[in-house]
Design a protein around this ligand. Structure first.
Ligand SMILES: *[C@@H]1O[C@H](CO)[C@@H](O)[C@H](O)[C@H]1NC(C)=O
Ligand SMILES: *[C@@H]1O[C@H](CO)[C@@H](O)[C@H](O)[C@H]1NC(C)=O
Ligand SMILES: *[C@@H]1O[C@H](CO)[C@@H](O)[C@H](O)[C@H]1NC(C)=O
Ligand SMILES: *[C@@H]1O[C@H](CO)[C@@H](O)[C@H](O)[C@H]1NC(C)=O
Ligand SMILES: *[C@@H]1O[C@H](CO)[C@@H](O)[C@H](O)[C@H]1NC(C)=O
Ligand SMILES: *[C@@H]1O[C@H](CO)[C@@H](O)[C@H](O)[C@H]1NC(C)=O
Ligand SMILES: *[C@@H]1O[C@H](CO)[C@@H](O)[C@H](O)[C@H]1NC(C)=O
Ligand SMILES: *[C@@H]1O[C@H](CO)[C@@H](O)[C@H](O)[C@H]1NC(C)=O
Length: 345
């Protein structure tokens, strides 16, 4: 497993991009909403400041503005938009090593304030927003290896409490909130290597139960909740190499069924749900290098079709669904290094 971290470090010519990537894998649903919420916050701020200087109709100017700095430098952390609009960042790796601290961004003031510490340092973990508004963090790498522990952040008290342990230590896994509120955690890297195991967290009991195994071991895969309630996992790396395979989890049976293969093997790719329910997967790395291609999964046929290419090859990028249904793809690692370009699907 050490070479994997080595490869990650080689790739980490831009920490920001990796941060974005890790954040976007944290939970496809919550990170998509967190990215779109934070970008709409930026434009709200821009338009309100311009409307004070001009009484004419104003529109937000697209672009990036610097906002408050976090109290701690960090990478490989998570970011979650809370119900009241503040953004919680937690853990990661900073200059003193792995972090247990967390801070809140207030979009009204642009200021970060420290909040409760997690009980464990963790990086490469996943954060999921539960239906009750609490934030569940799972697994990741702690001070002495990968973690099976999980903890809950309560936004109204600003404190963390430990909750049930997973059956397996894991990092680089995925977490998906099912329609019934349970959290499905799948795959990742564990103490014995790549995992095919999956487990369910029940927020009302605070306990985990194992559920069906995926057919393939996978890490650095993506997971997405489909309009029909199934969870789609796609690609990643596993004990049999780079994966183009994809599988569906049925919450009602607790089992996985394999579905169509993607055209390419992909890891460090992104996933987005289009307004018509189709699933867009874009970029990443794979056996043919980093592709600029994108593919669409059709729920009804269970098949993937290649769609328009992106203008750039990208891995470690992010994808966020805008309110109008377009998908915004940002940055990533391209054929000439880190990218500042962004494009819309
Ligand atoms: C968090 O932990 C740090 C040391 O790691 C400590 O200095 C700080 O006071 C703690 N913060 C809280 C809110 O407990
Ligand atoms: C959201 O709630 C937290 C915890 O109570 C608080 O610290 C923060 O200021 C709130 N954010 C906003 C935008 O009101
Ligand atoms: C979780 O596991 C750790 C050891 O890995 C143990 O110290 C802790 O008590 C466990 N927590 C629960 C809630 O079982
Ligand atoms: C499960 O994965 C193996 C490769 O590990 C593959 O040969 C097999 O076809 C897969 N099973 C199904 C049902 O796709
Ligand atoms: C992948 O897509 C390319 C171009 O669309 C096509 O030529 C090729 O046959 C496809 N490969 C597979 C395995 O579907
Ligand atoms: C959904 O929309 C995409 C992009 O417009 C299109 O390519 C795809 O075929 C549509 N899917 C279905 C199932 O209609
Ligand atoms: C997408 O780009 C690949 C090369 O990366 C090329 O082979 C393929 O023809 C392109 N597909 C389309 C639809 O332009
Ligand atoms: C969504 O908004 C973006 C930015 O304004 C625009 O470029 C894009 O064309 C819009 N998409 C749709 C489907 O209207």
């Amino acid at each position: 497993m050490f070479w994997i971290f080595f490869v990650l470090l080689i790739f980490s010519t831009s920490d920001c991009i990796l941060i974005d990537q890790i954040t976007s894998t944290s939970s496809s649903s919550s990170s998509t909403s967190s990215s779109s919420t934070s970008s709409s916050t930026t434009s709200t701020t821009t338009s309100s400041s311009s409307s004070t200087s001009s009484s004419s109709t104003t529109t937000a100017v697209p672009g990036w503005t610097i906002t408050g700095s976090m109290n701690a430098a960090r990478e490989y952390h998570t970011a979650s938009t809370l119900a009241n609009g503040s953004v919680l960042v937690a853990g990661g790796i900073g200059s003193p090593g792995s972090l247990n601290n967390a801070e809140l961004y207030n979009p009204l003031t642009g200021i970060w304030t420290t909040t409760g510490n997690m009980s464990s340092v963790r990086a490469y973990h996943i954060a999921s927003i539960l239906a009750n508004g609490n934030v569940l963090v799972t697994g990741g790498q702690g001070s002495s290896g990968f973690l099976n522990s999980a903890e809950l952040y309560n936004p109204s008290t600003g404190t963390w409490t430990t909750t049930g342990n997973m059956s397996f230590v894991r990092a680089y896994h995925t977490a998906s909130i099912l329609a019934n509120g349970n959290v499905l955690v799948a795959g990742g890297l564990g103490s014995t290597g790549y995992l095919n195991s999956a487990e369910l967290y029940n927020p009302s009991t605070g306990t985990w139960t194992t559920t069906g195994n995926m057919n393939a071991t996978r890490y650095e895969h993506i997971a997405s909740i489909l309009a029909n309630g199934y969870v789609l996992v796609a690609g990643g790396q596993g004990s049999s190499g780079l994966l183009s395979s994809t599988e569906l989890y049925s919450p009602s049976t607790g089992t996985w069924i394999t579905t169509g293969n993607m055209n390419l093997t992909r890891y460090y790719h992104t996933v987005s749900i289009l307004t018509n329910g189709s699933v867009l997967v874009a970029g990443g790395s794979g056996s043919a290098g980093s592709p600029n291609s994108a593919e669409l999964y059709n729920l009804l046929t269970g098949t993937w079709t290649t769609t328009r290419n992106m203008s750039f090859v990208r891995a470690y990028h992010t994808a966020s669904t805008l309110a109008n249904g377009s998908v915004l793809v940002t940055g990533g690692y391209g054929s000439t290094g880190s990218l500042n370009s962004a494009e819309l699907y």
